[in-house]
Design a protein around this ligand. Structure first.
Ligand SMILES: Nc1ncnc2c1ncn2[C@@H]1O[C@H](COP(=O)(O)OP(=O)(O)O)[C@@H](O)[C@H]1O
Ligand SMILES: [Mg+2]
Length: 293
């Protein structure tokens, strides 16, 4: 026993030191001592003003001169090849990182000037990979506000096209979710993440490539419901499939961290080479000509 303990003790002390290091790490994103309030009549505005961005410790700029405004009642889509910076752009909105140049305003104020808690209450964010926590379906959907009503939870699940598979489970909303959501499929995980983001009824909702794990039918049904339910809200969608964003009010085309096109589907087909390439590779001729806008 003593020899076993003599091996265990130093190991435990090393682990304890590592855990402590994590616990004592100071967050690099902090609230200012004096914070500002959101501008009421600019509700739902997301304004990127000549934003550039470099990841901490990296030596090159990943984003350069990103300039666009997403408005309430409109859908703004981001498209571009893998690595073009789409996720990086949307990660700046809830202030997961701070911009290194230019300004990012939400509801008329710089995101660095408002309390993070207030900022994140306004934003529903669905990350590229659906993330679930161990608990139940209910605790996952109510994550943003544990006192929300069951009605509100069910409505969010309904819009996210999750009701069918939840109701097929024996314990329905009380069904267990394993750590990391390993006991549900990729598409189900994605839909529960979407339900969680919708449940807090945010004024700005961001989908980072959140529809790619869904089959075509679910994808279009979900977007149809979403369009009905998100009237007046600011919707920002990162997409791979052009069909997901055909009807967006504004499409931003990214290439190597820069905006190379901005406009509607029809406008971009005419004047953006990169967009035309993506479109030609994905859509049939009829779809190209029949697209709205
Ligand atoms: N945490 C990070 N640290 C350093 N570089 C990163 C990080 N995340 C992404 N990058 C780099 O930033 C670039 C843009 O990535 P990303 O925004 O994920 O593109 P997209 O979502 O369009 O595929 C890529 O070159 C990627 O390697
Ligand atoms: Mg991405």
């Amino acid at each position: 026993m003593i020899s076993i303990i003599s091996i265990m003790l130093p190991r435990a002390s090393v682990s304890a030191r590592r855990i402590n290091e994590v616990l004592e790490t100071e967050a690099s994103i902090k609230d200012k001592e004096e914070t500002k309030e959101f501008v009421e009549n600019k509700k739902g505005y997301v304004e990127f003003k000549n934003v550039s961005f470099r990841y901490p410790d990296a030596d090159t700029e990943i984003l350069e001169d990103i300039d666009f405004t997403a408005k309430p009642g409109e859908t703004t889509a981001l498209i571009g090849s893998t690595g073009s910076g789409k996720s990086t752009v949307v990660n700046l909105i809830p202030r997961f990182y701070d911009v290194t140049g230019g300004e990012l305003l939400i509801d008329g104020v710089n995101v660095k000037d408002v309390p993070q808690k207030e900022l994140r209450k306004r934003i529903g964010f669905v990350p590229q990979k659906g993330v679930l926590f161990s608990g139940t379906i209910e605790s996952n959907i109510k994550y943003g506000n544990s006192s929300m009503s069951d009605e509100q939870m069910k409505k969010a699940a309904e819009i996210a096209q999750a009701t069918d598979f939840i109701e097929r489970k024996e314990k329905q909303f009380k069904s267990e979710i394993a750590q990391g959501g390993n006991n549900v499929s990729g598409g189900q995980k994605q839909r529960l993440s979407i339900a969680r983001a919708l449940a807090i009824d945010p004024e700005i909702i961001v989908f980072d490539d959140s529809f790619s794990a869904l089959d075509f039918k679910t994808d279009s049904k979900l977007r149809e419901e979403l369009a009905k339910q998100t009237k007046g809200k600011t919707v920002i969608i990162v997409a791979q499939r052009i069909s997901t964003i055909l009807n967006a009010d504004q499409i931003i085309v990214l290439d190597e961290g820069k905006i190379v096109g901005k406009g509607t589907h029809k406008e971009l087909l005419k004047n953006c080479e990169q967009y035309r390439e993506i479109a030609l590779s994905q859509l049939s001729k009829e779809e190209l000509e029949g697209g709205a806008n």
